[in-house]
Design a protein around this ligand. Structure first.
Ligand code: CTP
Length: 213
């Protein structure tokens, strides 16, 4: 298969030395890209900055901001059998970026934020993508309901839902425990290493491809 994977957190600049980001490590997305390449798939990995080694045998595209990630996805998504959106994209960015370092002058500082584009949410209509679309849902409450809502809204075939309020799984951990949320059913996957979960997910995507073809 031809796979596209987004991974890592985006970084939204405030001034030349500061930025907004989140706690995503990129480990899940890199594990998926790496497992895909090991299985002989052609993998394009579009990633925000991480401290991870670039997996071997993948087409690696580094980006920083959500807008850069959007442009890279737009360029690369055509013709992919499956697109897997595991990146933790910043929902908001500073409304303006200061060219010079913001100095400590006032007692309080208000930062105005504007919404970033929804990259996964642009796949079906804006990018006209008709392959297998896999989203992730990072939730602290109502895991399955919220994931199912994202599945419907963003027109995904599958959403991988994880509860980021649980200690020892998800963000920055080597393990995860997820629900695979499909339009008609939900499959719970017990806690496992991100490497083994990546293989489970690729198997699930393969099954979707067989059913769809
Ligand atoms: N996503 C994206 N672009 C964004 C925000 C999210 O592509 N600007 C993708 C993520 O990669 C993930 C899915 O959408 O696959 C859901 O991300 P999540 O942060 O859980 O949800 P949001 O859509 O941002 O909604 P909310 O933050 O309100 O839960």
């Amino acid at each position: 298969m031809n796979l596209l994977v987004t991974a890592g957190a985006t970084r939204e600049p405030i001034d030349p030395v500061r930025y907004l980001t989140n706690r995503s490590s990129g480990k899940m997305g890199y594990a998926i890209a790496s497992a895909g390449a090991q299985l002989g798939h052609r993998v394009t990995l579009i990633s925000g900055p991480t401290s991870l080694d670039i997996p071997s045998h993948v087409d690696f595209i580094p980006v920083e901001t959500a807008q850069e990630m959007l442009e890279a996805v737009k360029l690369k998504i055509g013709g992919k059998d499956a697109a897997i959106f595991s990146a933790a994209v910043a929902d908001y960015r500073p409304a303006s970026v200061s060219d010079s370092k913001i100095k400590k002058t006032a007692d309080a500082l208000t930062l105005e934020l504007v919404q970033n584009p929804d990259i996964l949410g642009s796949a079906r209509h804006q990018f006209k993508y008709d392959g297998i679309l896999v989203g992730f849902a990072a939730e602290t409450e109502n895991l399955e309901t919220n994931a199912r809502e994202k599945l419907r809204q963003k027109e995904c075939d599958l959403v991988v839902a994880n509860d980021i309020s649980k200690k020892g799984i998800g963000f920055d951990s080597d393990h995860n425990e997820v629900l695979l949320v499909y339009p008609e059913h939900t499959r719970p996957i017990p806690i496992d290493s991100k490497e083994r979960l990546a293989h489970t997910l690729l198997q699930a995507i393969h099954e979707l491809k067989v059913v769809g073809s």
